[in-house]
Design a binder for this molecule. Structure first.
Ligand SMILES: C[S@@+](CC[C@H](N)C(=O)[O-])C[C@H]1O[C@@H](n2cnc3c(N)ncnc32)[C@H](O)[C@@H]1O
Length: 256
């Protein structure tokens, strides 16, 4: 997995701050379960309640949890957080990775998270930063990576740059805010990641980029995918690079 180091780092920090013992973790907008699985492994006494509105995502998460041998400690709950807080029971840790910015009223969800947490419990909000494909030097004009990053900001990618006031309004005390950066990744997995990211983003980004950058991205995506076996590798120095970062906000519900 590209950026596995980032997830491992964030999960280790959260596990160190979580109450001891942590028996119940709620993963909000769990998706396919990368966070759920990492948390289940890092907190071996915990049950993880994975909440998502998508049954497809939860099906994949269930298969992944069973495959990773943690299925017995993972409960999936299909629920739309916009409709209210699902039946999770009291939690010691609420984790929301790349999901809080999707809900209609994040302040309400954070207030509900506060109510669901035991006193002393921890909420961890994680967002991606600088998730920028860096195209090879041979593609496009000088400075394309910077313009891509700027276009992402203009496209409204980072709607909530700071969760601190939202957490404080809900009653939480911030205990850690940290920004982490991955080492730039190259190789077949990173190349695939860059292609997938650009295919997903190019329509959103096009209105925010000069036409020659849009054309350069299209030309890159049109170029045949090289084989992972190395028989037809990217020319040296002409590989794309994947870059990403995370910001973690960890905040505590004060003890009684
Ligand atoms: C970008 S994914 C993040 C998945 C995972 N947490 C991760 O870090 O990889 C966002 C997830 O939030 C879920 N989601 C978005 N809005 C939601 C809502 N209102 N209620 C529940 N889940 C929601 C989506 O279905 C999706 O699986």
């Amino acid at each position: 997995m590209v950026f596995a180091d980032l997830l491992a780092d964030v999960v280790a920090r959260v596990a160190a701050l979580a109450p001891s013992p942590t028996r119940t973790v709620v993963d909000l907008g769990a998706g396919t379960g990368t966070g759920t699985l990492a948390l289940a492994k890092a907190l071996p006494d915990a049950q993880v309640v994975a909440v998502d509105s998508s049954s497809v995502m939860l099906g994949r998460l269930r298969a992944a949890a069973d495959g990773a041998g943690v299925g017995e400690r993972v409960r999936t709950v299909e629920a739309d957080l916009d409709d209210g807080w699902p039946a999770t029971g009291e939690a010691d840790l609420v984790w929301a990775s790349a999901s809080m910015h999707h809900v209609a009223d994040p302040d309400r969800v954070l207030r509900d998270a506060y109510a669901a947490l035991a006193p002393g419990g921890l909420v961890a909000v994680v967002e991606m930063t600088g998730t920028t494909p860096v195209l090879p030097r041979s593609v496009g004009r000088e400075g394309l990576a910077g313009r891509l990053a700027e276009a992402m900001t203009h496209a409204g990618w980072n709607q909530y740059p700071d969760w601190t006031p939202h957490l404080q309004r809900a009653g939480f005390r911030l205990v850690e805010r940290v920004e982490l950066e991955s080492s730039p990744a190259t190789g077949p997995d990173a190349t695939r990641w860059v292609r997938t990211a650009l295919e997903r983003q190019r329509d959103h980004l096009a209105p925010h980029l000069p036409p020659e950058d849009v054309a350069a991205i299209a030309a890159f995506l049109d170029r045949p995918e090289r084989t992972a076996s190395g028989t037809d590798p990217e020319p040296p120095g002409d590989e794309p690079t994947a870059r990403s970062g995370r910001i973690l906000w960890a905040a505590r519900r004060p003890s009684r």
